[in-house]
Design a protein around this ligand. Sequence first.
Ligand code: BGP
Length: 473
Amino acid sequence: MTRFPQGFLWGGALAANQAEGAHLEGGKGLTTVDMIPHGPHRMAVKLGQEKRFSPRDDEFYPSHGAIDFYHRYRDDIALMAEMGFTVFRTSIAWARLYPRGDEHEPNPEGIAFYRALFEECKKHGIEPLVTLCHFDVPMHLVTEYGSWRSRQMVGFFTRYARTCFEAFDGLVKYWLTFNEINIMLHSPFSGAGLVFEEGEHQDQVKYQAAHHELIASALATRIAHEVNPANRVGCMLAGGNFYPYSCKPADVWTALEKERENLFFIDVQARGAYPAYAARVFRDKGVTLVKEPGDDEILKHTVDFVSFSYYASRCAAADMNQGNTSEANVVKSLRNPHIEVSEWGWGIDPLGLRITINTLHDRYQKPLFLVENGLGAVDEVNEQGEIEDDYRIAYLREHIQAMGDAIADGIPLMGYTSWGCIDLVSASTGEMSKRYGFVHVDRDDAGHGTLARRRKKSFWWYKKVIASNGEDL
Ligand code: BGP
């Protein structure tokens, strides 16, 4: 039986800051992620607890070189085409187009780079799916304006978004505004460029910044439709349902609250207004939102589809101190005793994907796009020079099966881009040894290696999956 519809988009995903490298080439400015070092200070910087306004000489910054996709994208796209990709998700580095973020005119070299990249995709019959902001705010906007604390960011972002829609019109049709927008609550510097003063009311800062991002996202959606009505714009959620740790009503309630915290952004982006529960949540947290007249009208520009990442489901209880916890994808969760975990403690739960897809569709009634999913694992190159990543194949097989089940549940799913189709820098650890790819890259955690690309066993497997439109798993 055919489960995946004709025209279902198959491919893989990466992000500029985790792949391109060349962090100061082509006129690019420094971004938040270029300040996040590998090593002991990493977490404090990501949380906005330690100020970093320029890189230090004695530290290693994985984004600066990454996998050199900036210079090797032609060969890399050819590998994706060889697997039969019909979609390729990447992001535009805002600071390649606007190095400081507040210029009036874009940097032509940045536009030329992405034009060439998207043309390369099109040459191979691959549809680009492009994230406008994937964890990389230009640093000048952080130091000068306090990043998304400032309402002025709305103007900077929409100017940048318009530039993208106009410059790449006819090449790119599928757009995402902010990657994993909900992650800014958990990782405020890497998520939104927020740095805190000691003793500051962090929730106030975060939710005000969130409001600015939501306004910017709604305006960008409107602009995309004005520039070309064929444009399709999505929001992007760090997904994975919260299960109650037990059937105690208090645990069920906590899971519901966590779920709402997660879905808060998407509730606004997909339904066009703040959800009913927001007022009480703001009251409890002591948050007072500053809105401008007309904001509620702006928010009515909803997205065309809902995209999301799914790595793991999560568990919550009224008492989060019972049992073991995990921080899969930076969201605190109790360890679910009923499922296996990856080497990094991320729960492996394919049925959870079907549950998440069903929940999102019941709630939003919009087409869905799974734009990140995969298993981060250590790969060994054997004596024959091969990488037998059967564990990755097993993970992906089960999750693709779950996607097929959700389609059989009647849910419109547009496509699937597995995360890190070529090995890249891990967002959480900054390391290369946490690999997701079908293609291996010779680079280690300290940035050493030839950068040579090598097809893994999963490469041949995924090629077969795509060729059979998801039937031959
Ligand atoms: C998501 C991010 C990605 C990516 C992925 C895997 O949060 O959108 O950028 O990296 O998670 O996470 P990690 O790299 O930490 O394993």
